[in-house]
Design a protein. Structure first.
Lengths: 226, 408
């Protein structure tokens, strides 16, 4: 599903340039549940941005679902983000003036799906994450765990190839964190490829494989899984 | 399209108060523009109304009393024009378009037809008088050169005269009795100058002079200057003054010897004032509108800054830069469009209300907003909305989702 070969990325120019990713190669197969771990400054956020087509890279190659993701126009990038990737963020990033249902439906708005159709679908996905009864509530009326479930529903509604979760449990207490991870595992069990970026060991341990980043490199050489 | 509008509505209604206040500033700008334009229009119509009765390019000259001694003659002489003055002016002053003398029969004269009898004003005039007074013939004909040359006893009567003497009958060909003499009615006229004008009877100047035994006297000379400029009309007036001054032996510097009036000069002065009023109105109105637009642009910039994160989220979820631009630009356009339209409607409403309430106010008549003004104001609004939205939209489209999502 994901093939990354010798990716390099730096910020800034000349002497002030900071090399964030020095040489990263890794693979994630379809249907895997992988975590990427690393301390702050290890480059994991940058890697996540590249994986999410939010940011470009300098050297190397990134294939997502066998498509080379490189030097895309903003328009193409938006298209791929919309079709291939579902995002879950640490701070939920729900739109405060929209109800849970409308938040979940938003990616479909950018696919040109009619309001009625997308709201119906959104309700289905909210049911699947156990929040069918909360569809009409604003994010401010939901708990942290509920908000993150709404975010998961929103990430899944476009039927993406890849679910990218950036510190999805960072803003949740332990019990809620575990519930969320259970949800992600369940989704993974249904065939979805999931990549979770985290700095918490217990969260990483709940995934089937962990990739460690250190100083812009993969700490233990990434081998193709047996 | 509808989807996009619904999405816009979501965003706009979220900040209802801010949306309302911002919209109000644009509505006020358009309202002011429309009301000012309507008021300017009303003033202009009012001024034109004051000039409506007579030719706007006419110059008149009437006899007065000499006030300074000249060529051995003492002041205090009354100046009365003669036929010779008329003939000489007509011959010597270039550029005269229409030219008439006037001979007043002082007071109202008893006029009768059959058993009907009433009093009307009688005026002896040349055939060109018709153009000076903007007389409209509704029946028969006006006085002509033959009437004048042969001193015929014919007359044209105002429609009020016809109404009183003839009722609804056709007066043309009938004879009316004016102070004991029978005059054949050759025509009936209307005049927008009001009822007073319609109570007049015109007879040939030569007939009036003969009948009232003053075969040479003309009380007033009036002529139009055609397309002449104000300066040219002044020159013509002075030429006329010089001719009568020479004929009657008074100084051309004697301002009281004759009385003169230049309608063209007055009219041009007033229309000139209105041109400035129009410019002023546009400057103030557009300025007010511009303030509203800047306000909207400002609010949109704030809104975009406030929503950086939201825009980042939208981008992460698949919003293209074009869709972000559409969102912000659309917001500005809808805001200016709706509030501007409200201002337009309110402004037109006020103008129409004033027009209905005060239909006859002096120097203020029929304030109105023409279709062109409404159309150009609307176009101005759309341009304004686009302008107000452009920079904020550009900024929004450039939001980097990575940075936006990181900001908490």
């Amino acid at each position: 599903m994901i093939r990354i070969e010798g990716i390099q990325k730096h910020y800034g120019r000349g002497e002030a340039a900071v090399r964030v990713l020095r040489d990263v190669s890794l693979r994630v197969e379809t249907g895997e549940l992988v975590s990427i771990m690393g301390s702050s400054g290890s480059g994991k956020s940058t890697l996540l941005n590249i994986l999410g087509i939010l940011d470009d890279y300098d050297q190397g190659a990134y294939y997502l679902d066998d498509k080379l993701i490189r030097n895309l126009s903003e328009r193409e990038a938006a298209h791929y983000r919309n079709r291939l990737i579902g995002f879950v963020f640490q701070s939920f990033n729900l739109l405060g003036f929209k109800t849970a249902e409308e938040n979940v439906a938003l990616p479909l708005y950018y696919q040109g799906v009619a309001r009625r159709t997308r709201n119906k679908l959104a309700r289905e996905y909210l049911e699947r994450v156990g929040l069918g009864a909360r569809a009409g509530h604003l994010p401010s009326e939901l708990s942290g765990g509920e908000k993150q479930r709404v975010a998961v529903a929103r990430a899944l509604i476009t039927k993406p190839k890849l679910l990218l979760a950036d510190e999805p449990t960072g803003a949740l207490d332990t019990a809620t964190s575990y519930q969320l991870m259970d949800l992600l595992r369940e989704i993974n069990a249904q065939g979805m490829t999931v990549v979770v970026v985290t700095h918490e060991h217990d969260i990483a341990e709940m995934t089937s494989r962990t990739i460690r980043l250190k100083d812009g490199r993969v700490a233990e050489p990434e081998l193709a899984p047996a | 399209m509808i989807e996009a509008l619904l999405e816009l509505w979501d965003v706009l209604s979220r900040n209802a108060l801010r949306t309302l206040l911002t919209g109000l500033s644009v509505a006020w700008g358009v309202f002011m523009l429309v009301v000012l334009l309507g008021a300017g229009n009303g003033l202009e119509n009012g001024a034109n109304w004051e000039f409506r009765d007579d030719a706007q390019n006419s110059v008149w000259i009437g006899g007065g009393k000499t006030s300074i001694p000249f060529a051995g003659r003492s002041p205090g002489r009354t100046i009365l024009f003669k036929n010779q003055d008329f003939a000489e002016v007509a011959r010597k002053v270039p550029g005269i378009e229409h030219f008439t003398g006037r001979y007043w029969l002082w007071g109202e004269f008893s006029v009768s037809y059959g058993s009907k009898r009433s009093a009307f004003s009688i005026l002896g005039v040349h055939p060109d008088h018709r153009f000076l007074e903007k007389t409209l013939m509704v029946r028969g004909r006006y006085l002509d050169d033959n009437d004048q040359a042969e001193k015929r006893k014919v007359c044209v009567i105002g429609s009020k005269v016809r109404e009183i003497l003839f009722g609804s009958r056709d007066p043309v060909g009938e004879y009316v009795n004016i102070r004991g003499l029978a005059y054949k009615v050759v025509g009936e006229f209307e005049d927008i100058g009001g009822e007073n004008e319609l109570r007049k009877i015109y007879v040939p100047l030569s007939t009036a002079q003969l009948v009232y035994n003053q075969p040479e006297i003309i009380h007033q000379l009036i002529f139009t200057v055609g397309d002449a400029t104000v300066d040219e009309s002044k020159v013509m007036a002075e030429e006329v003054r010089a001719i009568v001054a020479k004929n009657h032996g008074f100084s051309v510097d004697d301002r009281r010897a004759v009385r003169m009036g230049n309608n063209l000069e007055q009219y041009t002065r007033i229309t000139g004032v209105f041109r400035w009023i129009r410019i002023f109105v546009w400057v103030v109105g557009v300025g007010t509108l511009l303030a509203g637009i800047v306000g909207i642009g400002n609010i949109m910039l704030i809104s975009v800054a406030e929503r950086t994160k939201e825009i980042g989220v939208r981008k992460a979820l698949g919003a293209t830069p074009a869709s972000i631009i559409r969102m912000v630009l659309g917001e500005a356009l809808v805001l200016t469009g709706v509030s501007g339209y409200a201002g337009l409607v309110a402004g037109v409403g006020v103008v129409e209300l004033v027009a209905a309430r005060f239909p006859q106010a002096p120097f203020f008549r029929q304030p109105s907003v023409s279709l062109d003004v409404a159309v150009s104001a609307t176009l101005l609004l759309v341009a304004a909305g686009a302008l107000a939205g452009f920079f904020p939209a550009y900024r929004a489209a450039r939001v980097n989702p990575v940075v936006a999502l990181r900001s908490d």
